[in-house]
Ligand binder design. Structure first.
Ligand code: ADP
Length: 435
């Protein structure tokens, strides 16, 4: 083990501290006695006797100390090496604890003390970490020389899943050789666990959303093949419903594919310069029939001159389509939707383009706002399904905005509509460079 001991002589440096001090005392005493003998101040016999007394006084306490230390928890761990081991444990980025062969804490770093405050030096770790799984893992690691793993759950201040790894390690002892200790490290698995939960939730939600229209379709097929075989009126009605359900399935699959495509390219920022004004106008014009159907007036306030951003045209079409369509569907009762574009400075003092879609419908209660962009999250599932919604629209919007390195702001005053603002970094360009 490397220890910086350059201040001591090279002869003494490998010696343990206490032994080194005793040796220095003995050498000094020997030299003094030799001088006294040389000058005739002391007889050789007396000098030898005095030297033996001094040697006993210098060495016996060290030996006694060592014997008592070996009986203690630190069991043969050289004090100098112990400091080095302590420094290594302290420097580990994850919570880490070094245990002796009995499972008593020798060293623990600040992260471990914070994670499990019940862990104390010289006390058995089993008492502090009371989970049966951890106690079994500790016992097995102590009894064998194999690494053992267990799960440590922390609930304060938030739920955290930690993987506890107990690795038997040989720690050098005072007289050479090694003593078996256990290095216990905690690894935070919470993000992985959350991703895994999200994946499982997503698969369950997607299957559920697909199964509902599929069940309706197969039910109507059975009816049309059986009881309603010759009923022309029922057939027309059922075919209409089947068409709606098939459209819903197609839309869901379409949204799922779009979401996965945007996620896959999330790390690649679009680099084509596009004029955002005609894109918004195209979407608003395309949704005029829906606005007419819902008796909503779309009020468009866009500049006459081009406004450039680095963007993906198809994704931007999708984004504005979702926002304006939502405003027409959920905010129809307000009778008006405003789509406007403004240019302002962001919080980081860089120019940005803000596209605002405002409706005057029932708005959204504040408790729903933070969750609106989660996949399949809806304020009212029945209402969303009745409107042909998939619950993926705003999630897709958020991913597209993120890929464009922008921001999505959602504000709403219940009973007074909702405002969705997509902000994008403004590109510096001349009009000719626009695609
Ligand atoms: P959906 O496919 O259900 O429309 P979205 O992700 O687009 O899914 O929207 C999620 C939910 O947010 C909707 O189900 C609806 O409850 C709510 N919502 C979205 N836009 C508005 C709006 N303009 N006014 C009120 N509620 C809205």
């Amino acid at each position: 083990m490397a220890i910086d001991d350059s201040s001591s002589s090279s002869f003494f440096s490998p010696w343990p501290d206490r032994l080194r001090h005793s040796a220095i005392i003995l050498i000094a005493a020997g030299m003094a006695l030799a001088a006294l003998v040389t000058f005739g101040e002391l007889s050789p016999l007396r000098a030898v006797a005095v030297f033996i007394c001094i040697a006993a006084a210098a060495l016996v306490p060290w030996r006694l100390h060592n014997v008592s230390a070996s009986r203690e928890d630190v069991r043969g761990v050289n004090p100098v090496e112990s400091a080095a081991v302590s420094a290594i444990v302290a420097g580990m980025p994850d919570p880490a604890v070094l245990l002796d062969r009995a499972g008593r804490v020798i060293h623990l770093n600040a992260a471990a003390a914070q994670l499990a405050p019940a862990l104390r030096r010289n006390e058995l770790a089993q008492f502090a970490l009371r989970s049966p799984e951890i106690i079994t893992a500790l016992r097995e690691a102590i009894a064998t020389t194999e690494t053992r793993r267990a799960t440590y759950l922390d609930h304060v201040p938030v739920d955290r899943w930690m993987e506890l790894i107990i690795t038997p390690v040989p720690v050098p002892t005072l007289f050479g050789g090694a003593d078996k200790c256990m290095l216990m490290t905690f690894h935070d698995q919470t993000p992985l666990r959350r991703v895994e939960e999200m994946r499982a939730d997503f698969v369950a939600n997607a299957s559920h959303e697909l199964r509902t229209p599929l069940a309706a379709l197969s039910g109507f097929i059975d009816t049309l093949q059986g009881p309603a075989k010759d009923d022309v009126k029922a057939r027309e009605r059922f075919l209409g419903i089947m068409h709606t359900q098939a459209t819903r399935m197609a839309r869901l699959i379409d949204d799922l594919l779009s979401l996965s495509r945007v996620e896959l390219s999330a790390h690649v920022r679009p680099d084509t310069l596009v004029d955002i004004v005609p894109i918004i106008r195209q979407v608003a014009d395309g949704l005029e029939p829906l606005a007419g159907e819902r008796q909503v007036e779309i009020d468009i306030d866009l500049p006459e001159t081009p406004v450039a951003i680095a963007g993906d045209r198809e994704e931007l079409l999708r984004l504005f389509e979702n926002l304006i369509e939502n405003a027409l569907k959920y905010g129809a009762s307000g009778g008006k939707v405003i789509v406007s574009l403004s240019q302002a400075m962001s919080g980081e003092n860089s120019p940005e383009v803000r596209v605002m879609v405002r409706d005057f419908g029932p708005g959204i209660a504040p408790e729903h706002l933070p969750r609106l962009t989660e996949r399949f999250y809806r304020v009212d599932v029945g209402d969303s399904r009745a409107q042909g919604g998939t619950g993926l629209g705003l999630s897709l919007v958020k991913h597209i905005v993120n890929r464009h390195r922008g921001r999505l702001l959602i504000e709403s005053v219940p009973k007074n509509g909702a405002t969705f603002t997509a902000c994008f970094p403004q590109a510096k360009t001349s009009a000719s460079a626009l695609s």
